[in-house]
Design a protein around this ligand. Sequence first.
Ligand code: PMP
Length: 392
Amino acid sequence: MISKWFNLSIETKLAELEEASLLRKIPSVDNGAEKELSFKGRKLLNLASNDYLGLACDDRLKSASIQAIRDYGTGAAASRLVTGNFKLYETLEQEFAQFKEQDEAMLFSSGYAANLAIIDSFADRQTVVFSDKLNHASILDGIKMSGAKHARYQHNDIEHLKKRLESFKDSLAKILITDTIFSMDGDLAHIEEIAQICKFYNVMLVVDEAHAEGVFGEGKGLCFERKVSALVDLHMGAFSKAFGSHGGMVSGNSDLISFLRNKGRSFVFSTALPPAVVGANLASLRLVSADPSMGERVLENSRDLKKFLESEGFDCGNSESQIVPVILGSNALALQAQAFLLEEGIYTAAIRPPTVPMNTARLRLSLRADLTKADIEKVKYAFVALRKEILS
Ligand code: PMP
């Protein structure tokens, strides 16, 4: 039984979170994957999900999922290394590797699990891992898990990165890992420079393309678009964002993938993804490969909205992608703005510390390819009203 002291300390911590407007409550969304989600009986324009291409409710993905259940059942029933490795899973990995122009690809139960596995497999106490300060939490957790030395560099600061590399230049085992699109800011890593620097300093380069795949580089990610794909050692991505489904995917050369298959604990010791998910992943991959222009549509919507918001005086940071933050500062203001937009028929995510640094609480808008001109106008109108009502 929890001791009285322990219980009191938990209550105090919860009260502190409440006081700082940081207590998370899971919103009860009736149906959240559509362009219009339904929340408390109301239809709201969904600018909060990562379904950038609007594929999560696509009938072609649904049919592929249902077919996979018919063919293989509802659960994989074992890890891939035991019996949970069906033909469908291998087809997905092979087609994904071809799509990314890599030797091999490997599916994980989530993007989170993929990052843990990559870092924990390739890094140990003798390794230095260079990591952007705003990298995703799964990367930080992977570094902690591996026991590697963590050389953090200031966000997107190449000069600082070079200094960090100089100070560890005699270390033999070095890995650099970076998001290519930063999830709460929507800005892009300076990947061309990073790739050249890694080559110069003999550093293994790992990229997290979770938010870039499906959108940038004909769906193949930012490294492909910027023509540095061949300089990257491991490409990590996720089916949970633009592909509208679920799971992490890592691709690279055969030796690296084979090592990961042997060492990645979140792969070895976890049941394979269910067939329904893998069926949808394959359908989604085929749709994205067949229409490389899908990502460009979402980027057009984002550029238009960001330009407008900035002209209205909002701070959208350095976003250059489908993720557009509206940085407001205080936690309370972010919550108030979110509530205001809900009344205007728009669902946005209020993002607060520790997800973002202190005093940079924000609304995170994630744009979708299926937004019409009228939808974008509705959002613009709501932000003009927000400025008048709450921020002036
Ligand atoms: N990397 C990045 C950059 C992410 O934003 C996320 C999820 N938000 C992940 C990894 C984890 O992916 P998943 O949600 O599929 O576990």
